[in-house]
Design a protein around this ligand. Structure first.
Ligand SMILES: [Zn+2]
Length: 177
């Protein structure tokens, strides 16, 4: 079903708002910047206890690398490579990921979101506010709503158009850490 005109409840204040006019943040929909702000203030992300500060960068890179890996499942041969020191951190993971069975796109997007959520506390702790802002606002719902993923070349082109810029941006963030 195409979601134009659909109404959803603001995650913060419960107001019913048109989906098209909502603001997406961490996968939740909000009616206004004020509600986004209130939500972020009440839900500050911090690295889990026990992770030494010296490991924050590696943790963030590994989660972002895994996130790119999930998007690469959707992109197939058009996948994005992570280079530089981030790429060397990821060497072991990429090999393991390549062995994993290809699952459907919904699961891949779900796991992408998981990895991004895991990376966010480290990005905040590392002072990467702009990168965290970007990641919190990425909207892949359109992919998850596509029922016939992989059904034909048109559909695949649409997936690539949506996913590739995100994969590239996440890879660049990992490389810059
Ligand atoms: Zn609201």
């Amino acid at each position: 079903m195409w979601p134009f005109g659909k109404k959803v409840a603001c995650f913060q204040c419960d107001a019913k708002v048109k989906l098209a006019s909502t603001k997406l943040r961490r996968g939740f929909r909000f009616c206004s910047d004020a509600c986004v702000g209130a939500f972020l203030a009440a839900n500050v992300l911090r690295p889990r206890p026990g992770v030494p500060e010296s490991d924050y960068t590696n943790q963030a890179v590994m989660e972002l690398g895994a996130a790119v890996g999930e998007l690469n499942r959707l992109l197939g041969s058009d996948g994005v490579t992570i280079t530089g020191s981030a790429g060397s951190i990821l060497g072991a993971i990429s090999a393991a990921q390549a062995m994993q069975q290809l699952e459907d796109a919904k699961d891949a997007v779900f796991r992408y979101n998981d990895h991004v959520t895991n990376a966010l506390p480290f990005l905040y702790a590392l002072g990467r506010q702009a990168d965290a802002d970007y990641l919190e606002c990425v909207d892949l719902e359109e992919i998850q709503d596509m029922s016939a993923l992989g059904a034909g070349p048109m559909q695949n082109a649409k997936v690539r158009r949506i996913v590739r810029p995100v994969a590239e941006r996440v890879a660049r963030i990992a490389e810059s850490l």
